[in-house]
Design a protein around this ligand. Structure first.
Ligand code: SF4
Length: 338
């Protein structure tokens, strides 16, 4: 696989304690609720034509700006999942002003899709302010604002897209997440009225066998499902699914998609992931961390060792194919985000 890792190796210290510029903040103790915030800062998404013009100018005619930003708001989490390294990390909690400044910087750098994640992003708070206040702030400018959550808290974030991680049926999910949360997560999903509530399944060596059954189960609850593959952080290979099994499973996932299961990955991306036969345009990605560090490139940059031969990050596959003009990857992205 080819990647852009070396060409785009630069880091940026986004926030330092000596350079904090705080945006206007509410008086202490005053809560900016979602409705009030949206009244003050109404969501004015760019229309389709300005969106298309921006993409044409920056990603077809020239190729230099990141487009998709992942912003880890906090490393704090209420779970201790086997497959996740991030809850072991720590950083001071971002203030509302610093988080807004990072959001602004990500926008100025070219990003138009913003994903909040963690840790568990719904745990973030600054006084009375909650993640929904940051979502409302970001939605003023970005084409689409999303979030990935473990689904244990009420799914009421006013994002454009909301992903819930589900990694197995009850027993498997609870074993991987090291807590008996499956029933609560599914109950929260059933209770949610979010128009783009998607399930995100990370396939590994433990859950692979039941993924087809899981996709069929989730299809009746969520409005769509995305699939990616576990990456062996810290060389934790016991969860890594070998490529023969990965290929067989992807054949089945493609068959299910063709049969009507609401799998949102494009078929070209699913095909490419079988043996990682795709060219990664990792310059399309920006990452921001709770300590204010921003980095352009692979999701793993500055977070873990990068081994492209073991990659399973389907969002990178999709955005890389879309950048090269693959119509079904473009269609998949539009269906998810726009
Ligand atoms: S997303 Fe995957 S292929 Fe791209 S740089 Fe990262 S590990 Fe490599």
């Amino acid at each position: 696989m080819q990647t852009g890792n070396k060409r785009w190796a630069w880091d940026e210290k986004g926030i330092s304690t000596s350079s904090r510029i705080l945006l206007p903040q509410p008086a202490p103790g005053v809560c900016i609720g979602y409705n009030q915030f949206m009244g003050d800062h109404a969501h004015k998404p760019p229309g389709r034509i300005p969106q298309a013009a921006y993409i044409l100018r920056n990603y077809v005619l020239t190729r230099r700006k990141p487009f998709l930003a992942s912003f880890k708001l906090t490393y704090r989490c209420n779970l201790r999942c086997r497959q996740c390294p991030f809850y072991t990390m720590s950083a001071p909690e971002l203030s509302y002003g610093d988080a807004c400044r990072i959001i602004d910087r990500l926008y100025e750098r070219g990003n138009r899709l913003l994903m909040f994640e963690g840790g568990e992003p719904m745990l973030w708070r600054d006084g009375e302010l909650r993640v929904r206040d940051l979502v409302a702030y970001a939605r003023r400018r970005f084409f689409s604002v999303g979030m990935t959550t473990n689904g244990t808290l009420p799914l009421d974030a006013p994002t454009d897209v909301l992903w819930v991680s589900v990694d197995g049926l009850r027993e498997t999910h609870n074993a991987l997440r090291c807590a008996p949360i499956f029933d609560q997560v599914i109950a929260n999903a059933r209770a949610s009225t979010h128009p783009r509530l998607f399930a995100h399944v990370t396939v590994n060596a433990i859950n692979a066998e039941e993924v087809p059954a899981l996709l069929a189960f989730l299809d009746g609850i969520f409005r769509g499902i995305t699939v990616q593959f576990y990456y062996p952080y810290d060389h934790k290979d016991e969860l890594f699914l070998d490529f023969d099994r990965r290929e067989r499973l992807l054949e089945e996932v493609i068959r299910m998609k063709r049969a009507g299961t609401h799998i949102l990955n494009s078929i070209p991306a699913l095909q490419a992931l079988k043996r990682n036969h795709w060219t990664c345009s990792d310059w399309l990605i920006d990452n921001a961390n709770p300590d204010g560090r921003m980095q352009q490139g692979c999701y793993l940059r500055g977070r873990a060792d990068i081994d492209c031969s073991r990659c399973g990050f389907s969002p990178h596959t999709e955005v890389s194919l879309a950048c090269r003009g693959n119509p079904r990857a473009i269609q998949a992205g539009m269906r998810i985000f726009l």
